[in-house]
Ligand binder design. Structure first.
Ligand SMILES: [Mg+2]
Length: 121
């Protein structure tokens, strides 16, 4: 069965790009959210195998969302993504429970490598 992924980014274009990369490689994008609050709601509703979380978002950022998702399900698998120059956020992301970090602009190979590493498929 295809691994189920929840995509979270405030930019619809970024979600579209990621969805394209993932679905072409056999993953099932089961939901999308545009801020951290909705990410936590969708996580609880869908219990995906993986959440790909943008850091900079309105309402609630990705770091807080990662903490909220982990509080709801300590076994949740999260990969963070964000823009160049935000590498300082890596440590904070790992502390919030993320397993890997993807830097924008996305390179398909790097996205797939991170996803395969954490959930296989
Ligand atoms: Mg953003």
């Amino acid at each position: 069965m295809a691994k189920r992924i929840l995509l979270v980014d405030d930019a619809a274009f970024m979600r579209m790009m990621l969805k394209d990369i993932l679905t072409k490689n056999g993953y099932d994008v089961v939901g999308e959210a545009e801020n951290g609050v909705k990410a936590i709601e969708k996580y609880k509703e869908l219990t995906p195998d993986l959440v790909i979380l943008d850091i900079t978002m309105p309402e609630m950022d990705g770091i807080q969302a990662a903490k909220g998702i982990k509080a709801a399900d300590s076994g949740a698998t999260i990969v963070m993504c964000s823009a160049m120059g935000q590498q300082a956020m890596v440590i904070e992301s790992i502390q919030a429970g993320a397993k890997d970090f993807i830097v924008k602009p996305f390179q398909a190979d790097r996205v797939l490598e991170a996803v395969q590493k954490v959930i296989g498929g």
